[in-house]
Write a protein that binds this ligand. Sequence first.
Ligand code: GLC
Length: 570
Amino acid sequence: MATTRPFAHKVVYQVYPKSFADSNGDGVGDLRGIINHVDHIASLGVDAVWMNPIYPSPGKDNGYDVADYTAIDPAMGTMADFEELVAALKAHNIDVMLDMVFNHCSDQHEWFRRALAGEAKYQDYFIIRDKDDITSWESKFGGPAWSPFGDTGRYYLHLFDPSQPDLNWRNPAVRQECANIVNFWRSKGVAGFRFDVINLIGKDEVLRDAPEGVDERDMYTDGEIVHDYLRELAARSFGRDDNHLTVGEMSHTSIAHCLAYTGAERGELDMTFSFYHLKADYVDDMKWTDGSFQPGKLIHILHAWNEGLSAGDGWPAWFLNNHDQPRALSRFGDPENYPFESASMLGALVVLNRGTPYVYMGEEIGMTNPDYAGVADLVDVESHNAYRILLSQGLDEDTVWRIVKAKSRDNSRSPMQWDDSEFAGFSTHYPWLLPTNQDSINVQAARALQERLAREGVRGQDEVGSPREVLGFYRALVDIRHREEVFAHGDYVAHQPDSDSVYAFIRQHRGTRMLVACNLTAEGQSLRLPEGFVGARVFLTNGAAHPAAGLVRLDPYQVIVYRAVDGLRG
Ligand code: GLC
């Protein structure tokens, strides 16, 4: 029996605070900037806002190197600003979700500084080993995962940058500290949490190199004990509250583990992010490669995960964009020739899917990768490391830049484009990252188009009367998610799962069945309708309302949703 999740209708909007809006003219986004744009967020109809880290941090990894978990970075504002933001969003019924970075902290955190100064209590907060006991693991940002621990002759583990020492979750004091941090923010009115790379906290007591043929990441990912830690954390904090959202970021995970993390009776998390679907433009599953998008790969992974999680009653979080990914529209769509079609189709793919949809700032106006001129334009630590490593592997500079430009995390971190001015209405000051195409893509222009089409009465010939511009289409998707129970609670059935071009799935709930078909290519495609859908009504589309004959035509990047006439008996 499928569990009815009370939050299943909700849509989350992700704000990258450093890049959303700068209220004090220092070129960096801040909390007051978000307060100033609450109207935009509210106009989308979303239920919660997840903000990336806003805590004091040396900023080696843009805030994911936390120096103090219970304070606000002065560059972001004050605790009073934060409280005002929570209240301003709450006035629109929007909850705040914060990012909890618990696999590691900053080397500037008091815990690490006291550990380095020789305090045994704090040394046990970290994973410190003699030279003979360290592994040959590579850090996720490139280079060795162990660095010398001061001048002690010992080494500490950092699965990310050397400035991000891993925390020792085997130490009960660390686990209690993390629960206290969660409760601190709950007391500030925070109603949800995103746990950063949380499936890396269950490391073994004795760390080992991977045996021949085993992926090194398996040696520290999804260790069984992580489930105990999450249950303990939940029991000590959010687990007593039905009215909150929790999502775990799961790196290199499995369907079986995600069923365990999100099983309704297990008391761990509400949902999980996984990333395999975003490897559809990787070569051999490697990010820093020159691959092209293979729609079939995306389609097959989405089906496998959705069928697996639906059948096992687990719950995924779905997204195509976030602060670590290049813009989906540039990767999987065609912003040159089909900006509206591909942006709206990708939006429908996420928002109408089974699981909780996450929309990343700027996605709702069809933002694309900026046109950075060279590596000097980039700030991201991972991108700079990758650039160096690729060059050292003997690739020529043009190739290296082509790869880094396409894959850099700074593609999604460029400022939110509010208008077409020099700094895109983000700031009055030269910003920390530059916007490049605000002339054509910005909120003001999106609103103007919306108003013009509404005045002219331009709407789709479907049940929803779908808007013919990206911003309005996203708003319609969020409304549908709220209104039509089938999209919140329905099961997921793959349709034509072997297709390499059309991603199609059926959502079904009580008497209602909907077929969602997304053409992921710039060519026309055809789709055979499943049983019960011939003669169905067009519920939603971003193009022509093709009648539901046996074989349906899909135009380039078209999404079409049919509502079955027969319903589902039983
Ligand atoms: C997650 C974050 C990413 C960060 C990393 C280390 O993957 O999303 O931005 O660099 O964890 O904290």
